[in-house]
Write a protein that binds this ligand. Sequence first.
Ligand SMILES: Nc1nc2c(ncn2[C@@H]2O[C@H](COP(=O)(O)OP(=O)(O)OP(=O)(O)O)[C@@H](O)[C@H]2O)c(=O)[nH]1
Ligand SMILES: [Mg+2]
Length: 344
Amino acid sequence: MRLGIIGLPGSGKSTILQALTQSKPEQRSQKGYSIITVRVPDQRVDALKRLFTPDKTVYAQLEYVLPHGETYKPDGQGDEGFWNDVRTCDAMIHVVRNFHQPGGEAPHPQEDFLKLETDMIFADLIVVETRIERLDLDKKRGKDISAEEHRLLEESLRMLEGQTPLRDKPELAGAHLLKGYTLLSAKPVLVLFNNDDEDETSPLWDEPSGPYEPLMVRGKLEMELGELSPEEAAEFLTAYHIKGSAMERVIRHSCGVLGLITFFTVVRKEVRAWMVPKGTAALDAAGVIHSDMEKGFIRAEVLAYDELVAAGTYQQAKKEGQVRLEGKTYIVQDGDLITFRFNI
Ligand SMILES: Nc1nc2c(ncn2[C@@H]2O[C@H](COP(=O)(O)OP(=O)(O)OP(=O)(O)O)[C@@H](O)[C@H]2O)c(=O)[nH]1
Ligand SMILES: [Mg+2]
C-alpha cells in the first residue's frame, strides 16, 4: 500500500518525511520522486516472535511517495508531473501548514487546504470531461459504449463541478469502472496539520464534509526526536505531551485511512504480518501471499490472535477447539493467524 505526501510548498512535507524516516527505512529515489518504505510497528508481531522463535520475522510495510515537483502554481494550474507521481497511490497525506513562518506569516490552514483540494478537483474534472466527450463521440460513431460508465462519469462531473471531492461519495470513489482513471479526489485523504512546537491543538476551521481524519504533528519538533537517545526521546515525549512518535502516529492513521487490517502467517520458521483492506475474503488474502495459493486454495485454518494469547500455545488453542476451518468466502478479521492449505 502506497500513500502520497502532498501539500503546498513550505507546508513541511520534507520535514514530516524526515520525522517519518527515523527508523532508517529504505529509500529509493526515482525519476521525479522518492519512495520510502517503512515497517508498521505491531506489538502482536513482537509477541508472535517470542512465541514461535522464528528464524525470520517480517513486519507489514507501507510506502510513502514524496513527489519532487511543484504542487501548486499561482495561476491555479497544478503541476501535472506532481500529480502524476501520486496517481498510483492508494491514499494521500495532505500536509497543511499550521506553524508560523520564520518571517512571521500566520498560518491559514483552511485556506491552504482548500487551495490544494480545488487543484485536485480541477485535475479530475479535466480527466472526466475528456472521457465523457470521448464516449459521446464513440456513441455517435455507432460504437458500443458502457452506459454504466457513462452514468458514473456524469455523476462524477456533477460532483466535481460542485467543488465536491469524489471521496465524499463511496459509490463513485469505489467504482470499479472508474478505477483506471486514477482520479485524485477519489482517494482517501489523511489531513496532517503541521503545528508550531508549542501548539497541541487542532486549528479551528469549518471542517469540510466527508471522511476526514485530521492528525496533528509538530514536524520540526518531532523531527529532532530522531537525534536523541531512546531515554532522552521518552523524556521529550512526556515534556511535550506527545503520545507516541510522529512516525507511529502517522503510520497508524495511514492504516486507518486506508481501512487496513492485519493478519499473520507462521510458515516454516517465518512469522509474517500482512495488511489487507477490511472486508477481504480468505481467497483474496491467499492471493496477496501468492497467486498459487489463490488458485489452489483448499481451506484456511484460522486462529484469532487473542485466543492464541489466552491459550498460551498454538497446540493448546487447537486442543481447545479455537482453530477454525474456513472457506474461500470467509472474511478475514484483524489479528487472524491463518494457515492456508492449498494444492499446486
Ligand atoms: N516552526 C516550524 N517550522 C517548520 C515546521 N515544519 C517545517 N518547518 C519549516 O518550514 C520550512 C519548509 O519546510 P519543508 O519541510 O521544507 O516544506 P516542504 O513542504 O517540503 O516544502 P517544498 O519542498 O518547498 O514544497 C522549513 O524551513 C522548515 O524548517 C514546524 O512544524 N514548525
Ligand atoms: Mg520539500
